[in-house]
Design a binder for this molecule. Structure first.
Ligand code: FAD
Length: 462
């Protein structure tokens, strides 16, 4: 626990009605969307910051007193990235949730870090524009969290991820200094791209207090093609055919039979539960191109022995099938007390080996796994339902996880495509990232945050 006088001093820095100190309230901030912590630690205080100055004042005070500062958006990351293993002050950004500027000619939006992605997407959409990054929980997750975790989503295949839509960032450094990084222009070749360095840095280098986002024109039309297969290999062959034919859908997502079955059990959407795998393919573009794109996709899928192909054309139907896909984590969570989702990525050509390898590893350790993923990217999410209090399952899970990571490495992939490292993957970092590169990362961290107050313990131990 922090000394009481240090906490009391916080009351002279920000309005005391914006500070939580009650034990029960603090406990709500001890966890995020992962559940593997053996020991849960509450922060010492939570502050609802309302403006940049609040952030600067708190960070400056924390730096002078060696107090950890943990930024928090919606708390939905899956790697323990906004937990507080050393206590400290949580900055809650839910009151810095305004869209500050929207410029339809420059096609940019200036946002505070607590803005929910859905609000960004909606305002862009109402004006014929598009903000593509779409983590499956975009209806609740924030832009600050997305920037910090380098979030992706289904649209990554065609449109890229968060890193491709950040023009400039305004950040507060560990000593409270305010700094603007990047330029609000489409191109910028002036010096080091420090704005990009912040993306994926998990709140360990600086705190984002404003971001200027790039928007693109919204595709005029879209359709979702669902294709079912009698084997996983056929589904992967369907993806390979799409690549070979140089078709460029917006997304190529996938659900295995366990996922389809589990979703249908809890959120019935009319998916075919007797099939080994399903691909969800979005095509988009000019309305006149839709029939042609659909024909190309269907031809590629048929030559991979797709057993059934269905097309959702209306917005309502498209929303229905994507809701099914996005519900898979929540549905898997109903199978056991805990669910752990991973986000391995391999080169596309190795996806078949990775998917079947993960399945075999989970079978070997008797783990129930529902697999979904952004197959077009080579990115899969094995979602394991288990009881972490069962010693055997706990041990088996960690053995299986290590084997899945080794397999990803041997196939030329890596251990996180879009969820980040947080606390969960710290111990695996040395196995996947060049040791010299980790040394450089640590030097960068030390330069930005000499007293190690910004989200300490995440990504690596200093
Ligand atoms: C059901 C489900 C599905 C998901 N699907 C996907 C998916 O498809 N693709 C994907 O990429 N992710 C996915 N995720 C993960 C999650 O969406 C992302 O990690 C998300 O973007 C985190 O946003 P958040 O607001 O919840 O951030 P939080 O969890 O609150 O924080 C995440 C990180 O950001 C830091 N942070 C927050 N605000 C700031 C700030 N202002 N400045 C600096 N650092 C900050 C925190 O300290 C922490 O390190 C999923 C999660 C769930 C629960």
């Amino acid at each position: 626990m922090l000394l009481k006088n240090k906490i009391n001093n916080l009351k002279s820095i920000v309005n005391k009605s914006e500070i939580l100190l009650d034990e029960a309230e603090l406990y709500c901030y001890a966890e995020d969307s992962t559940s593997v912590h053996s020991k849960v630690q509450s922060p010492d205080a939570v502050v609802f910051v309302k403006n940049i100055q609040d952030v600067q004042n708190i960070v400056r005070y924390a730096n002078e007193n060696g107090i950890p500062v943990i930024s928090r958006g919606a708390g939905t990351n899956m790697v323990g990235a906004c937990t507080c293993p050393q206590g400290g002050i949580v900055l809650n950004f839910s009151k810095m949730n305004k869209i500050l500027d929207f410029n339809p000619i420059d096609m940019t939006m200036t946002v505070q870090p607590g803005v929910v992605l859905d609000d960004i997407k909606n305002l862009a959409g109402e004006n014929g524009l598009f903000y593509p990054p779409d983590p499956s929980n975009y209806k609740v997750s924030t832009i600050g969290g997305s920037i910090a975790q380098s979030s992706g989503g289904a649209a990554g295949f065609k449109y890229g991820t968060t890193k491709d839509y950040i023009l400039s960032l305004t950040v507060v450094l560990a000593d409270g200094t305010l700094m603007k990084l990047g330029s609000d222009t489409i191109k910028d070749a002036v010096g080091y791209h420090l704005n990009q360095l912040m993306i994926g840095s998990e709140g360990t280098l600086a705190i984002v207090v404003e971001a200027v986002l790039k928007l693109i024109p919204k595709p005029q039309s879209s359709r979702t093609v669902l294709a079912y297969f009698n084997s996983l290999d056929d589904a992967v062959e369907g993806v390979n055919n799409i690549m070979r034919d140089r078709i460029f859908p917006a997304t190529i997502d996938f659900m295995d039979n366990n996922s389809i079955f589990t979703v249908e059990q809890f959120y019935p959407c009319g998916l075919r539960t007797d099939k080994a795998a399903m691909l969800l393919i979005n095509i988009d573009g000019f309305e006149v191109s839709m029939d042609y794109q659909q024909q190309c996709v269907e031809r590629a899928l048929k030559s991979a022995k797709a057993s059934n192909i269905e097309v959702a054309k209306s917005d309502l139907e498209i929303e229905r099938v994507w809701t099914a896909r996005r519900a898979s984590f929540a549905a898997t969570a109903k199978l056991a007390p805990d669910v752990l989702s991973d986000d391995i990525i391999v080169p596309r050509s190795a996806i078949s080996k990775m998917v079947s390898g993960c399945k075999n590893i989970c079978d070997k350790y008797n783990l129930k796994v529902c697999m979904v993923g952004h197959l077009g990217d080579g990115n899969i999410h094995p979602q394991v339902a288990l009881n972490l209090e069962n010693e055997n399952e706990f041990k088996n899970y960690f053995q299986a996880k290590a084997e899945m990571y080794d397999l990803a490495k041997s196939l030329g992939g890596t251990i996180s495509a879009e969820h980040g490292v947080g606390l969960e993957k710290v111990e695996y970092l040395g196995n996947i990232v060049d040791n010299a590169a980790i040394d450089y990362m640590k030097k960068i961290k030390k330069f930005f945050d000499p007293n190690n107050i910004l989200n300490p313990g995440k990504i690596f131990k200093i």
